[in-house]
Write a protein that binds this ligand. Sequence first.
Ligand code: F6P
Length: 471
Amino acid sequence: MAPIASKMPGNDYESCSSHNGNSGDHNLSNGNVVNGTTSNSINMSAATNFTITPCQIKAPLVVIIVGLPFRGKSFAAHKISRNLFWKGEDVKVFEVEEKTSEETLKYITEWFETGHNVAIIDGMHLTKQDRSIVGKYCRENVYHHLIIEFECEERCVEENIKDTAQFYQKVDNNQDWLQTFREKNAKYKNQFERCSPHEGPLINVTNSENVLIHSVKARGVQGLLQTIILGVLSAPVIKNRTFFFSRHGESEFNVLGRIGGNADLSSRGRKYSENLAKQLGGPGSNPNGPKPRLIWTSELQRTIHTVQNIPGPRTTLKDLNEINAGICEGLTYEEIQERFPQEFAWRDQDKLKYRYPLGESYLDLLQRVDGVVQALLLNTDVLVVSHQAVLRCILAYFKGSSPEEIPYVNVPLHTLLIVKSYGYDFKIETVPLKVECVDTYRIQPANCSIERTAADALKTVPAHFDAPIIN
Ligand code: F6P
């Protein structure tokens, strides 16, 4: 799908096979090209023309997007960018119309020189000549290079044209956008020279919302980043998606300021579960209101009980369980400070990387929920009821937050979050359901040193009812 939203802001040791680019005359059928060697079906004289230049560990990656207009290029470029950014890569999409200019290459060089590592060039690059400029740039600088070529079912192209025209028509009604875009599509058709694997590692995507038609072919893809990109592209594009997210209703542990555990809902938490059901097709709901098609909860009773009045097929997923606080499970923040002051300070110093002894870190959680996010993206109208830390990690994908921001994303109790796709972007609507509850959000205190006083360590702990002492 063509871009319809405003633009979003935003290794492993391996060798970098640089292909010499003079590929046109080689006899090539469906063969894989891996590290400059070829499978049997490639004429071996072609193979001898490959040169292999070792890339530095963590060498930057340039992704070049190829294809006619309205083939879903920008959608995919931004989907890749969002996924890599969420995984902690320094990635940026560089928009070009027809091909990459010297000026864009200069920006990309600056981007890499300032410590970033992935550049995605979103443009048509229809001819071999257009693409060879980027290929040469990558070879000269010894950067990894990946070409992604997009095709699209004819029906899908027409739908993309209509969607884009509809969007533009709302902004400017003085032009016939449908006609303009149909002409644009026709204009470039004859210029397109299909990509050959001799131009560099290549992924070819045939876009379709139909899972049976959507297809991805890869040749010469290597290393972690390129493999992640391959995975991102393998999912068919679903254009209009809605997801519902909520934490469980207030639990008996929340009331007491205790973390983790498997406590049940408080009476206010049960009230929230009734109100949530009213919003999502349960008793007392508006018959025309939203109804989730799937309900996913953690395995813990506070999430399962939160959705008990909402109709729909439900699944419990271990990956949605709250962060495992290891030796601190069941304690209040005050008790953690008293028993393990050093651990408490270390967590405040680097909450993303800090792993509770015998438990988990936010980085661990990010890995754990990757599969859940990928599964969500294959669906729509899913309700996910989970926990503070886990929802921070999942919502970060849709918000476009960096990993460093994740441990402090605010996900309040008793609030429904509705996430809707908007082109390649997402919009998040926050709906507080107005059932009183405690606040469990603790901001990073000013003093994170291990020598700090208990008063300094506890300064930002949210108010809660007194917890009976646990021995
Ligand atoms: O306090 C509720 C809770 O879900 C705990 O079970 C969990 O340990 C905590 O939030 C995670 O939040 P934070 O990482 O800010 O401590």
